[in-house]
Write a protein that binds this ligand. Structure first.
Ligand code: PRX
Length: 654
């Protein structure tokens, strides 16, 4: 796609200064931010070295900050050793072990509070269980859990012994889980009998059983947390209950000190091929990014109650539930269920009940809740809120203003944070006591992050109304290290476009006269559905795996709540269903995709045609398909179509 295709259309000129009261008490004010930027510009590695020394506890201090001798493979602090779980738990015990680490609320209303001392003890015990199961440093553990404290405990326990976890979102299907077990080569799977979500029970153990049955890699053990109490089969010799396993296990578990670069986790995310990629993160650099952004962007203070609504199955739940808040010694809220159970006031009820001060969610959730009107939030006391955040997709100014007015009562700054699974932590985001915000813009890059917007040739785009490729020009500590088991894909996807010089995020963006970034969307075939990334190819491969489907093409189209909806064009092996009779097959295919990937990948609409529109070289004309999916006038040249007659079918008219 050329940058002229991504010219900006969004014009928004409202601007909100940091509220004076907020700025006066903020960790980072305008002056402090200017000093941070100056320090980072003057000495990029020195800037990060100083932070790594002050923000992390090391068992062996590092002597080299950045090894850039083999770009684009970078090593940060590589001769230092530390332990992530030590940094998240042990180091706070000496200060205040009774401080609340996790405030949990189940969908049905059950609540739990874990102090740092308790979380530390549970983590040590579970780490000892993993050791007893033969898990050693470098082994992979798949975590397929509901949003309960044990998910964080399992992650922290892996970190404690140097095992590499890969959390698989509980909404993913057995088949998606199988792919990840195989790709990661998992030795142990940690799951639950089920979880509560939207009034239903998510049958996690059943999915795990099916995944393992079909997997070429056979994990040796499955640890099962009892959450719902539903009857489930246990495989003798392989499966064990969490509560049995931890009974009688020691509370003591010396951390395994690992090299700074030791992989902390693998997290699978979608790209432009059918196969998700395992993004590999480091230990020290990643953790440093989480702590610094907790302090800079979330302005985290000791008495804050921080709630990030993301599931631990996504990177947001890694950085801002399981690691960042704990590394920074904060109190984090976890909620198991859906935002609309029992009604659309649930988020605000939780904010009131637990006294949430910093609230972080996705634009799709804001839009969905906004639909229910201002009266619902008005029923709750939201006066403790002082800072709001968003992540996952561009936020439309209307939703931003609602969030600002109805939730933040025009008092709370909003931090719109741009980042990715690959970047590990926030990259472009306002520091709330220092940077004025504009609805829809993620504002300016954080200190130490050298972002830019470049054209097809890698030259900076300077015009404020022109879009270009969003790139990062210098390595940063929390960056991904590679794609697990496929380094070539790391090189091809993120670096080859500009000869290994810049990290290519895959987003297009523009920068306005004030240097503010406006994210315009993906430039690859990746969709952003409810703030979650989905490859069009993934959905296409799922569709063509169905016995009746010959070919499929999937495109996104704007959706008022989800941001982007999924629109699929399908060519069948046999007869095309006649117009009006496709309902049954459509439901079957939607259910099929849910089974192959997960419910979030279900196409919103499926259209059947005799052929797909292709260029002479055989490439599917996706732009044309996107135009049709949006119901827009076709302006593209369609004269090269082999069969112009299919246009009527694609438009659902024949
Ligand atoms: O397109 C950008 C969008 O989400 C992508 C990253 O998706 P994922 O790796 O799943 O991580 C989501 C949570 C960090 C980006 O390439 N995106 C994320 N945050 C924003 C955003 N787009 C606009 N504004 C944001 N604040």
């Amino acid at each position: 796609m050329s940058s002229s295709d991504i010219d900006s259309i969004l014009i928004e000129d409202r601007q909100f200064e940091p509220p004076a009261a907020f700025a006066a008490a903020a960790r980072v004010d305008e002056k402090a931010l200017a000093a941070l930027h100056r320090a980072a510009q003057k000495d990029h590695t020195g800037f990060w070295a100083a932070l790594a020394q002050t923000e992390l506890d090391w068992e062996t201090p590092f002597t080299q900050t950045l090894d850039d001798s083999h770009p684009p493979h970078y090593r940060w602090f590589h001769d230092g050793r530390l332990n992530v779980s030590w940094n998240c738990l042990d180091r706070h015990l000496t200060m205040d072990g009774d401080k609340t680490a996790i405030l949990f609320e189940g969908e049905k209303g059950d609540t739990r509070r874990l102090t740092y001392a308790e979380l530390h003890r549970e983590t040590c015990r579970f780490a000892n269980v993993l050791k007893q199961l033969g898990v050693v440093k470098g082994d992979r553990v798949i975590i397929y859990m509901p949003m309960v404290p044990e998910a964080v405990i399992a992650m922290q326990a892996c970190a404690r012994i140097g095992a590499i976890h890969s959390v698989v979102f509980g909404g993913f299907s057995a088949n998606a889980l199988k792919d990840r077990i195989e790709d990661a080569g998992a030795k142990v799977v940690v799951t639950a009998d089920g979880g509560h979500r939207a009034g239903k029970i998510i049958a996690l153990k059943a999915a795990a059983d099916s995944a393992i049955e079909h997997s070429a890699v056979k994990p040796e053990h499955v640890v099962v947390l009892k959450r719902t109490g539903e009857a489930i089969p246990m495989h003798a010799g392989r499966d064990l209950w969490w509560h049995d396993a931890v009974a009688g296990v020691s509370d003591d578990c010396e951390p395994v000190w690992v090299e700074a670069e030791h992989p902390l986790y693998i997290l699978y995310t979608s790209g432009s091929t059918g196969k998700p990629k395992g993004i590999q993160h480091s230990s020290a650099g990643y953790l440093l990014g989480t702590v610094t952004t907790m302090k800079w962007v979330f302005d985290l203070r000791p008495d804050d109650i921080f709630w990030c609504t993301a599931d631990v199955g996504w990177v947001t739940g890694h950085s801002y539930v399981a690691y960042g808040p704990l590394a920074a010694g904060g109190t984090v809220v976890m909620y198991e269920g859906a935002p609309t159970v029992p009604d659309a006031g649930r988020f605000w009820a939780i904010c009131q009940r637990h006294g949430v001060t910093v609230f972080y969610t996705a634009p799709t959730a804001i839009r969905a809740l906004m639909k229910f009107g201002d009266e619902i939030p008005a029923r709750y006391d939201l006066s403790r809120l002082r800072l709001l955040g968003t992540v996952g997709e561009p936020i439309n100014p209307e939703a931003w203003m609602w969030y600002h007015r109805v939730i933040g009562k025009e008092r709370c700054p909003i931090v719109d944070t741009w980042w990715q699974t690959e970047t590990g932590v926030h990259m472009i985001a306002p520091i709330p006591g220092a940077v004025a915000t504009k609805p829809g813009s993620c504002t300016i890059p954080l200190p130490g992050i050298d972002a830019d917007i470049v054209d097809e040739h890698g030259n900076p785009v300077t015009q404020s109304d022109k879009g270009g490729y969003l790139v990062i020009k210098k390595p940063w500590p929390s960056m991904l290290r590679t794609v697990w088991g496929d380094d070539q894909r790391y090189l091809d996807t993120y670096w080859s476009k500009f000869d290994n010089r810049y990290y290519v995020a895959g987003d297009s963006a523009r920068r306005d006269e004030d240097g503010y970034y406006w994210i315009m969307g993906r430039i690859d075939d990746v969709l952003n559905v409810s703030g979650h990334r989905l490859g069009t190819m993934e959905v296409e491969s799922a569709l063509v795996a169905h016995h009746r489907v010959a070919e499929a093409a999937v495109v996104g189209r704007p959706d008022a709540i989800k941001g982007e909806g999924i629109f699929a064009y399908v060519v069948l092996k046999g007869e095309r269903p006649t117009l009006g009779s496709e309902q049954k097959l459509t439901e079957e295919l939607r259910a099929w995709v849910a089974e192959q990937i997960g419910a979030i990948a279900k196409p919103d609409e499926i259209r059947y045609s005799d052929n797909l529109p292709k260029t002479r070289s055989g490439k599917i004309m996706r732009r044309l398909l996107r135009t049709i999916a949006r119901g827009e006038e076709i302006t593209q040249d369609t004269s090269t179509l082999e069969n112009e007659g299919i246009l009527g079918q694609l438009r659902g008219k024949e």
